[in-house]
Design a binder for this molecule. Structure first.
Ligand code: ZN
Length: 276
């Protein structure tokens, strides 16, 4: 019997390594899992069962399911902007296509402006985490998450912002999202999250109708102006007031991130508050 060269024995292992590293195969696998997940969502929304309710004595409350014929899908009403804090789009796509990370977003935008759509807009991505805005405590259920490829310590690329603006125009029109509801991860999770950070061009976004920015000419905040109430009125969770102030400053001041409010900061806050 002819002796096989050593390389022959290595072949299956080599193939295994090539297969497990291939992005194409990973994409096919991801598509399969995505389909299974959407099937399970369809199964849930097709159920026609009444809620099983009991009264204070534990007795069943009579109930029935009679399907109405008038309905459609719920729409997202917020857009939450993030930076990935990762080194490449490939790394982020990998993060969002392996189960153990338990994180995702609807869109990822690369530095050169390519837009990766990763989840149907009507489905709930896992991008906001524990967060609060006004009285909304489940931001994932009402928002679209957009991740920008950016390590957190660098300016955003013009091509990336240009694609973002195009995407926001589409989302705003498709779901009738008000200008006030384009906000950042830092705004809804001030204690935990710093993104999209002080480099993010909120002023440019506001000029296009996504989110707000202070006016060029500012009125002096009145003597009895209460910044905590103003922050809450905008939507910030002020349970940790310092964190809320820092988040506000990362968004609307962008030149310093201390938890103190200067007279100028107060004037900006007073001005921005009136837009909400
Ligand atoms: Zn984020």
């Amino acid at each position: 019997m002819k002796k096989h060269p050593f390389a022959f024995y290595l072949l299956p292992f080599t193939l295994l390594i090539i297969v497990s590293c291939s992005p194409k195969l990973h994409k096919v696998d991801t598509a399969k899992v995505y389909s299974r997940q959407t099937d399970s969502v369809v199964n849930i929304i097709e159920q026609q069962q009444p809620a099983m309710l009991t009264d204070s004595n534990g007795a069943a409350i009579p109930s029935d399911f009679i399907g109405t014929v008038n309905f459609n899908l719920r729409k997202p009403n917020y857009v939450i902007i993030h930076f990935t804090a990762q080194d490449s789009v490939a790394q982020t796509i990998k993060t969002f296509t392996i189960v153990r990370t338990q994180v995702s977003a609807h869109y990822v935008i690369s530095k050169d402006g390519k837009v990766y759509h990763m989840l149907n807009d009507y489905l709930r991505a896992w991008h906001a985490g524990f967060s609060k805005w006004g009285s909304i405590s489940d931001m994932n259920s009402c928002s679209i998450g957009i991740e920008l490829d950016n390590n957190g310590n660098e300016p955003f690329q013009p091509a990336q912002i240009s694609s973002l603006l195009a995407l926001l125009a589409h989302l705003k029109k498709a779901y009738n999202i008000p200008a006030s509801n384009f906000i950042g991860h830092q705004d809804i999770a001030p204690v935990r999250k710093p993104d999209p950070g002080p480099y993010f061009p909120w002023k440019i976004l506001a000029q296009h109708g996504y989110g707000y920015w202070s006016d060029d000419v500012l009125e002096l905040a009145p003597d009895n102006f209460d910044p905590t109430t103003a922050l809450r009125l905008i939507g910030y969770d002020t349970a940790n007031l310092n964190a809320a102030i820092v988040a506000f400053k990362r968004h609307f001041i962008q030149t310093d991130e201390t938890p103190q409010l200067s007279q100028l900061d107060l004037n900006v806050l007073y001005n921005v508050m009136q837009k909400y």
